[in-house]
Design a protein around this ligand. Structure first.
Ligand code: HEC
Length: 110
């Protein structure tokens, strides 16, 4: 019984750690100074944004490169992810930094 509880605690703790790292290739995305749209930005959006920002969403689409770039240029995407997006809780700081680096590199379709 005691051990079950310890396993349970371990499970809870390890799932917290896991939640912060949502990218399969997160190491590359975090250390790369020029993170790619396909490998880093798109997977992050699929995990954190697309539920509320699909093509048909009233809150605006983040589906695909053109839509994301439009939000960066015209809707203050970088400001919002540091302030209040996702609405249900900000991303991990290192994930936010991946977006910032991508934009600093010219928001390329890479
Ligand atoms: C739980 C739902 C939800 C999630 C998840 C979410 N958003 Fe939003 N978002 C909204 C809603 C609702 C609005 C419209 C109201 C507002 O602007 O606050 C919005 C608005 C925005 C806007 C401004 C759009 C405009 O037309 O002015 C940006 C930029 C944005 N979100 C980016 C993001 C990004 C990037 C993510 C993922 C990292 C994200 N959001 C995740 C609900 C969400």
């Amino acid at each position: 019984m005691k051990y079950n509880f310890i396993y349970f605690l371990f499970f809870i703790l390890s799932s917290c750690v896991y939640n912060e790292i949502t990218l399969d290739n997160n190491i590359d995305c975090r250390t790369n100074e020029t993170p790619s749209f396909q490998n880093c930005i798109k997977p992050l959006i699929n995990v954190h944004c697309i539920g509320c920002h699909s093509v048909t969403s009233n809150s605006g689409s983040l589906d695909g490169y053109e839509a994301v770039k439009n939000m960066v240029l015209n809707k203050n995407l970088i400001g919002r992810i540091q302030l209040d997006m996702p609405l249900n809780g900000l991303m991990a700081e290192e994930e936010i930094n991946i977006f910032i680096k991508w934009v600093n590199n010219g928001s390329l379709d890479n």
